[in-house]
Each structure stands twice: as C-alpha cells, then as structure tokens.
Design a binder for this molecule. Structure first.
Ligand SMILES: [Zn+2]
Length: 351
C-alpha cells in the first residue's frame, strides 16, 4: 500500500519536473522528431523536425567513412534524446540512428550507414513549418544513394576521409630481437606477428593523416641486446613523445593448453581513457574476427601502466592454438586486424 502510494507520488514528481523542464527550455529550439526513409528518387532522406528557430548557420555536418553526423547548435534534443540507437528496419542503408546532447547547447544526430559516404552526396535544406498542413519545421538531409560506396572489410580508401591532423599514435609491436615472445606450434613467433600488424596499422593511420611513432619497425630489441625486461619495456614507453595521444601495444596470447583461444584487450585499471580505448579496440576486433571475445580487462602490464597517454594492450589471439596461429600468420587477417585497430583509434577521437 505504502509502496503504491510512493510510486504514484514519484510519477507525479516526474510529471511536474518535466513540465517545468519544458517551460525552462522553451527559449531553445527543441528537436521534436527524427525519421529516415528512402524516396523513390534514389534518395535516402533524413528528416529532423523542430520547434522554434533554426538557421543554416546553426547546422554543421561531418562525414567520417560510413558515419554521417549533424550538429544543430542552439537546440536541445528534448524527449528525442531517448531515441538512442534506433534501427530503421526497412532501410538497407541506415544501420542505426543515435541522438544526444553534443554539449549544453547543441544536439548531435548520427547516422551509421551500411556504406561509406562522400561529402558531395549530401544536400541540406530547411523546410519551414506549414500551419495549413499542420507540419512542423524540418531540417532535411538528402543523401544520394548512388554516392554511397560499398565497404568491403577495411578498405584503405574509406579511412582517407578522416582528417586527424595533429593526432600522434604510438604503436608498440610486442617483443622483437632476442625476445621472440610466444611461439606457435608450427614455429610462428609472436614478435613477427606483432610487427606485421603494427606496420599495417602504421600504414593505415598515416593514410588517415595521423602521425605514428613506432617503438620498433624491424626485428630488434628496443633497449638494445641484453637489456633486462624492465629496461626493454621502459625503452618502449620512452619512445612516446610528449604530444602523443594514444599508446597501443600489440601482442599475442599464449598458454600451455593449445585449446585456449580468443582475443582480449587490456587497460591500466586507473585510466578511464585507457579503458575507453580498450573497449573501442575490443569492439572493432570482435566485429570480424570470429574469435571468442575474452573481453576488456584491467591489468598492471608495464607499458600501459607507465604510459604517458591513454594506453591499451591487445592480445590478438592465442598463438599457441593451432587454428589461431594459422590466422595470425595470414597477411590478409593481419591487415584486417590493423584496419580494426585504426577504426578504433578513429572512433576514440570522434567522441
Ligand atoms: Zn607478448
């Protein structure tokens, strides 16, 4: 009885708060609806309804590969903000729509498309409210579907759209030189897999306009032959320039049981940004690998603990597992892994 009374009281409170909330936000334009659909004219149309004033100069857009984002300044997402991750089921082109406050004064809407997009494919216009037809004012984004390009795995062309300017990424290929790292059943060494993936990652990130610092680009001990383990690891940390944004260390897992399998990513426990990076890397690597996802974990590994910037360590797969060793040796697979790492890096900076 008491509980029932309390819950109806809290409903009343919420209602009252939302009424005051609406009244207080009235000065700001409110986004009242979003829809996406395909027109007969080969157009994918995004309609954003709003209540209040909105000018073209309040609208900015950005295209990053297959992500189209539009930011509406001096607006509030209002109740629309609850529509997060909406799927448009009848469109083969739109995978997801997300809405959130970009900051206190603007709303950001993102279309996650099935295909990459060129800037020239989008046309934006404002359609005023029509009182006679009882339709609200709308921002209309028309995307020419013929300009959507197919994405086959991680095409290097797709990532060129992202201009990361001054971002500096440190890529650490695990082991090297006198230290082979783990060795697979056919003799594949961890150090060669890490280097191959690291070099591919460097290539893709550079194409995106980012600066890449490699802890090693050849089969060497970074601290010099004979250095103690800690010295070797510190030498990798020391390669990080002061302006570095991210540190990513690439490794392969190993275990005595050849059945152990899967991929996992690590961050240093106290680093929230490191955790975000590890999560993004994990998400991207899980997308295509077909490997068991062992998740995102916290650890005190030397390089991520001592890193001067947000850091993550990746265990790509178990080199001691015969099937995963085969994958790790495959140049095509290495390239896919590198593409996933680059995508995660890109997403890190998009938030
Ligand atoms: Zn290792």
């Amino acid at each position: 009885m008491t509980r029932k009374f309390l819950s109806s009281l809290s409903v009343l409170l919420i209602l009252t708060l939302s009424i005051f909330g609406t009244a207080a936000a009235k000065s700001k334009t409110e986004i009242t609806g979003i829809s996406a659909y395909e027109t007969s004219g080969n157009i994918l149309r995004l309609e954003i309804s709003y209540d209040g004033e909105l000018k073209m100069e309040n609208i900015s857009t950005r295209i990053t590969g297959n992500i189209f984002s539009i930011v509406l300044n001096n607006t509030t997402p209002g109740r629309i903000s609850r529509i997060s991750g909406t799927r448009i089921d009848d469109s083969a082109f739109v995978k997801k729509i997300t809405v959130k406050d970009a900051d206190k004064n603007s709303t950001r809407i993102r279309l996650i498309l099935a295909n990459a997009l060129d800037e020239s494919a989008c046309k934006i216009s404002i359609q005023p409210a029509n009182r006679a037809e009882n339709s609200s004012a709308k921002v209309i984004v028309d995307i020419n579907k013929s300009a959507l390009r197919k994405i086959d795995d991680y095409d290097e062309e797709d990532v060129q759209h992202f201009k990361a300017g001054d971002k500096v990424i440190v890529i650490d290929a695990g082991h090297g030189g006198s230290d082979t790292g783990a060795v697979g059943p056919t003799g594949l060494t961890e150090k060669e897999v890490c280097l191959a993936v690291a070099l591919q990652t460097e290539k893709i990130l550079q194409k995106e306009g980012m600066k890449v610092v490699m802890t090693r680009r050849t089969d060497v001990d970074v601290a010099g032959r004979g250095a103690l383990n800690v010295g070797e690891l510190q030498a990798r940390v020391d390669k990080t320039p002061p302006q570095a944004n991210l540190f990513i260390s690439i490794h392969c897992n190993a275990f005595t049981n050849p059945k152990s399998h899967g991929m996992e990513t690590y961050h240093y426990g106290a680093s929230a940004e490191g955790q975000r990076l590890a999560q993004l890397l994990n998400d991207e690597l899980a997308k295509f690998g077909g490997l068991t996802n062992r998740g995102v974990k916290a650890a005190n590994f030397y390089v991520i603990k001592r890193s001067k910037c947000p850091a993550s360590l990746i265990e790509l797969a178990f080199i001691t597992n015969p099937e995963e060793e085969k994958l790790l040796a495959d140049a095509k697979y290495q390239k896919k892994v590198a593409g996933a790492i680059a995508t995660a890096v890109k997403k890190f900076f998009m938030n």
